[in-house]
Design a protein around this ligand. Structure first.
Ligand code: AMP
Ligand code: ZN
Length: 114
């Protein structure tokens, strides 16, 4: 996806603060953090949104959750809890159409969602 912001970040064409990378997953700091820890976990393959996940591409989504669990175990800010959010589509507030998982930690989070 040549015009995708997050594909460009993964390719290093747009700078980011990298937190973690492996063969299939990239994690970087959100440019407008809403919590002491606010990272974005993305698959390196372009999937536009959560409703495009299916049996042919879901392995990387499973792997993203393994990565999140590993990162949570490694960082003190996650010790008391954390939140993972994937906004899907316009009414949920998705603004970048490369599936991403907000990883939020370091403060208390309200529920229900706004
Ligand atoms: P969403 O609104 O759920 O699609 O989330 C998109 C997120 O991408 C927002 O939290 C933005 O702050 C973040 N974002 C946008 N551009 C960049 C960028 N260049 N580097 C890091 N995060 C970004
Ligand atoms: Zn993309």
């Amino acid at each position: 996806m040549n015009d995708c912001l997050f594909c460009k970040i993964i390719a290093g064409e747009i700078p980011s603060t990298k937190i973690y990378e492996d063969d299939s997953v990239f994690v970087f700091a959100d440019i407008e953090p809403t919590a002491p820890v606010h990272w974005l976990a993305v698959p390196k393959t372009h999937i536009a949104k959560l409703s495009d996940v299916n049996e042919s591409n879901s392995a990387v989504i499973s792997h993203i959750y393994e990565v999140i669990s590993k990162l949570a175990a490694e960082h003190e800010e996650f010790a008391d809890g954390f939140r993972v959010v994937s906004n899907c589509g316009k009414t949920a507030g998705q603004s970048v159409f490369h599936i991403h998982f907000h990883i939020l930690a370091g403060r208390e989070f309200a529920w229900p969602a706004g």
